[in-house]
Write a protein that binds this ligand. Structure first.
Ligand code: ZN
Length: 119
C-alpha cells in the first residue's frame, strides 16, 4: 500500500524572484489518496487568516507523490487553479524535491528557500 500524499501550504515572502518559505502549514489530505491531494477549503481559509495575522504571504503548495519530482497532469490542472503559486513537489519514490511555477501556462522550475520550519 502506498502512503497517502502529504500536503501543506507554504507561507513566507516573495522577493527578488525568490520564494522564501517561513511557515509550512500541513493539512490533512481530504482525498486520502496516494496519488492525488486536496486540502479542505476550511483549512485553506484558516491557514490564510493565520498567515495574514503573522504578516506572511502565500507562497505556494507542497505535496508528495509516488512519481518523479515534477508536476503530474493532475497537478498541472491544480496549478492552473492556484494561479502563480509555487508548487514544491517531493518524490516519495526517490526522495527528490523540486519547485515549479506556472508562467504563461508553461511549467518553469523555480527557486525556493526554506528558512524556518513551523508545522
Ligand atoms: Zn502530484
Amino acid at each position: 500500500m502506498q502512503p497517502v500524499e502529504a500536503c501543506a501550504m507554504l507561507f513566507g515572502r516573495l522577493s527578488h524572484g525568490e520564494a522564501v518559505v517561513e511557515k509550512i502549514d500541513f493539512a490533512p489530505n481530504k482525498l486520502q489518496s496516494p496519488v492525488r491531494f486536496e486540502i479542505d477549503p476550511a483549512e485553506v481559509a484558516a491557514a490564510f487568516t493565520e498567515a495574514e495575522e503573522d504578516g506572511l504571504d502565500f507562497v505556494g503548495l507542497f505535496h508528495s507523490h509516488p512519481a518523479p519530482a515534477a508536476p503530474s497532469s493532475i497537478d498541472l490542472k491544480g496549478m492552473r487553479l492556484w494561479g502563480n503559486a509555487l508548487w514544491l513537489i517531493l518524490s516519495s519514490t526517490d526522495g527528490k524535491l523540486a519547485a515549479y511555477q506556472l508562467m504563461e501556462d508553461k511549467v518553469e522550475e523555480a527557486t525556493i528557500r526554506i528558512e524556518k520550519h513551523t508545522v
